[in-house]
Design a protein around this ligand. Structure first.
Ligand SMILES: NC(=O)c1ccc[n+]([C@@H]2O[C@H](COP(=O)([O-])OP(=O)(O)OC[C@H]3O[C@@H](n4cnc5c(N)ncnc54)[C@H](OP(=O)(O)O)[C@@H]3O)[C@@H](O)[C@H]2O)c1
Length: 265
């Protein structure tokens, strides 16, 4: 049975049951953070918690949370407060995408994705900010290279990640001088549960491509967070693509993405 973690160094990681979030948990544990893992797959997180507790002698608490419901984030915050825990790191990583043309998409799943990818990030950030100010803590938000330009065939997802990037940069600027840093991690396509969930298998974006692992992306993202870097794009090609979008006419950039996203035989 986990005991209450030491109050000085505790990180909450959302979306810690797989992929990038799971890999990030290992870095925090290695650095001696006590951990709170949050997602829906409790059994998978418990297996990770057991492993990290054994290996790094840190306390890991697993909290089942559906963060695409309207009160999921507030309930998670209340559950953590009830345990008397004060966070010194918040990782808003839970998220997913959905592939396909907007005209063919159902509205309810799109709204649920927006709730998870955007609203939950804002709610958790706002509710935990007093903790983070008190501990001069760190915020790591998983955005995406999708944030840098519109994304035909993933229109809503890309827009949610633009939101995360813009929100993160703005509050990073507001929080200057408080000791709290905000890092937007912007991975390109990364091997994880993401591709299956988004049904991206046939897209030229990933089909036949060798993708970096979640572990590689998490290692780079964790270091960027430790440096307090505001925006971090893992991988030179991803970085160069994101930069080139700044100088490319928006219409052209959007067409390039459409070509990259279209299904291939
Ligand atoms: N992989 C990529 O190509 C890529 C590229 C750029 C950005 N990203 C971003 O990276 C982040 C992590 O994704 P990933 O690539 O590691 O994919 P992943 O392996 O599918 O992990 C997604 C995580 O989000 C959690 N999650 C999904 N729905 C949730 C819900 N309703 N409530 C709580 N947690 C939920 C999942 O846990 P449960 O299912 O157990 O709830 C899982 O832990 C996402 O924000 C994604 O947009 C991914």
């Amino acid at each position: 049975m986990p005991t209450h973690p030491a109050p000085h160094k505790t990180a909450l990681i959302t979306g810690a049951s797989s992929g990038i979030g799971k890999a990030l948990a290992r870095h925090f544990a290695q650095d001696g953070y006590q951990l709170i893992l949050a997602a829906r797959s409790v059994a998978r997180m418990q297996a990770l918690a057991d492993e990290l507790q054994r290996e790094f002698k840190v306390t890991v608490i697993v909290m089942g949370a559906d963060l695409e419901t309207s009160d999921g984030a507030a309930k998670l915050h209340a559950g953590i407060q009830a345990r008397g825990i004060v966070l010194s790191a918040l990782v808003n990583n839970a998220g997913y995408g959905s592939y396909g043309e907007f005209k063919d998409s159902a509205l309810a799943p799109a709204l649920a994705m927006m709730q998870l990818n955007m609203n939950t990030v804002v709610v958790l950030t706002r509710l935990f900010l007093p903790d983070l100010l008190a501990t001069r803590g760190k915020i790591l938000n998983t955005a995406s290279t999708a944030a840098f330009q519109p994304g035909p065939c993933m229109a809503v997802y890309c827009a949610t990640k633009s939101f995360v990037l813009s929100f993160s940069e703005a509050i990073a600027c507001e929080l200057e001088g408080t000791g709290v840093t905000v890092t937007a991690l912007c991975p390109g396509p990364t091997a994880s549960g993401f591709q299956d969930k988004a049904e991206l298998g046939q897209s030229a974006l990933v089909k036949g491509r060798h993708l970096p692992t979640s572990q590689q992306v998490a290692a780079l993202g964790y270091r960027a967070m430790q440096r307090g870097q505001r925006v971090y794009i893992p991988g030179f090609v991803n970085w160069a693509m994101a930069q080139s979008m700044r100088f490319t006419p928006r219409n052209l950039a959007t067409r390039v993405v459409k070509t990259l996203m279209k299904p291939v035989a």
